[in-house]
Design a protein around this ligand. Structure first.
Ligand code: C2E
Ligand code: MG
Ligand code: MG
Ligand code: MG
Length: 279
């Protein structure tokens, strides 16, 4: 079947395209009910000190286990959640669940560490994010310093006074802020200077260039140096090999997150045998 796309070109709608469109519509419809059907849950990926190898935090990562489609990756359903506005209710659930989990682990005797939660730009647009975060902390009893909010570099660099204001209010509350996927957008350094940021997360694409592409290594060196000069902590994402780890340790990177140490883990895997994994 062919149709005109309006620019005088014929576009063919193959069976596969129809199939994937139907799947997407089906997925979108299901996502509306995923929360109430308890199909969403969190995994937690430990973050490790590059020096002491101790766990210094976790990142909460959303998972969707669809009753028919099985596990669906965040890269597939987060964009749908953002387009439909569902990310607001889902994001609030993530915040609440992650804060409650972190508090529960502290109460169970795990050394108190930060829990990082990813935020979408939509959450800055349509809701009173400050009130939501405040409420999550109050409800769960988690101290603000044990919550970190991750915003992507593209959110951080938006020339929006509202976003900057909101970040300052969150920071005043005692919550930490980190910039995710750092290096993938073109950062305005003056904006970085003005935002209340505590930590940058070097994107995995640069880490993959270690021992492969000297330009990636140079960029990592500059990012770590920049972070230190600005008084920010720096964590490397997606560290998988000993060679990558060694390079980052030599460059004085503070913290490491990646499969080399831990994959994202379920609550049960973390709690197994009294947190034996971490001992
Ligand atoms: P992100 O925030 O940059 O998270 C890091 C991603 O890298 C995660 O993918 C994690 O599983 C993966 N990763 C960690 N270490 C390694 C490694 O050593 N090797 C490789 N190959 N991958 C590694 P995941 O869980 O699929 O999440 C993808 C993205 O989805 C996240 O990227 C984040 O942007 C988004 N996301 C996940 N959970 C949430 C959420 O609760 N809210 C929002 N708004 N976005 C979320
Ligand atoms: Mg993240
Ligand atoms: Mg990232
Ligand atoms: Mg990413």
């Amino acid at each position: 079947e062919a149709k005109n796309n309006g620019k005088g070109q014929l576009v063919f709608c193959s069976e596969e395209m129809k199939q994937s469109l139907v799947e997407k519509m089906y997925m979108t419809n299901s996502l509306y009910r995923a929360l109430e059907k308890n199909e969403l849950f969190l995994h937690y990926q430990p973050q490790v000190s590059a020096n002491s190898q101790e766990i210094v935090g976790f990142e909460a990562l959303l998972r969707w286990n669809h009753q028919k489609l099985g596990t669906i990756a965040p890269s597939e359903f987060i964009p749908i959640a953002e387009k439909t506005g569902l990310i607001n209710s889902i994001g609030e659930w993530v915040l609440m669940t992650a804060c409650a989990q972190n508090k529960a682990w502290q109460d169970a005797g795990l050394e108190p560490v930060q829990m990082a939660v990813n935020l979408s730009v939509e959450q800055f647009r349509s809701d009173d994010l400050e009130a939501i975060v405040r409420n999550c902390l109050a409800e769960t009893g988690l101290e603000p310093r044990y919550l970190e909010l991750e915003i992507t570099e593209s959110i951080a660099m938006k020339e929006s006074g509202d976003i900057a204001n909101c970040l300052h209010k969150l920071k005043d509350m005692g919550v930490s802020i980190s910039i995710d996927d750092f290096g993938t957008e073109f950062s305005s350094l003056s904006r970085l200077k003005d935002l209340p940021v505590d930590r940058i997360k070097i994107d995995m694409q640069f880490i993959q260039g270690i021992a492969v592409n000297p330009k990636d290594e140079s960029i990592i060196e500059v990012m770590i140096h920049l972070a230190k000069k600005l008084g920010l902590k720096v964590i490397a994402e997606g560290v998988e090999t000993e060679i990558q780890l060694g390079f980052l340790q030599d460059e004085d990177c503070d913290e490491i997150q990646g499969y080399y140490y831990y994959k994202p883990l379920s609550k049960d895997e973390i709690e197994k045998n009294g947190f034996a994994l971490f001992k």
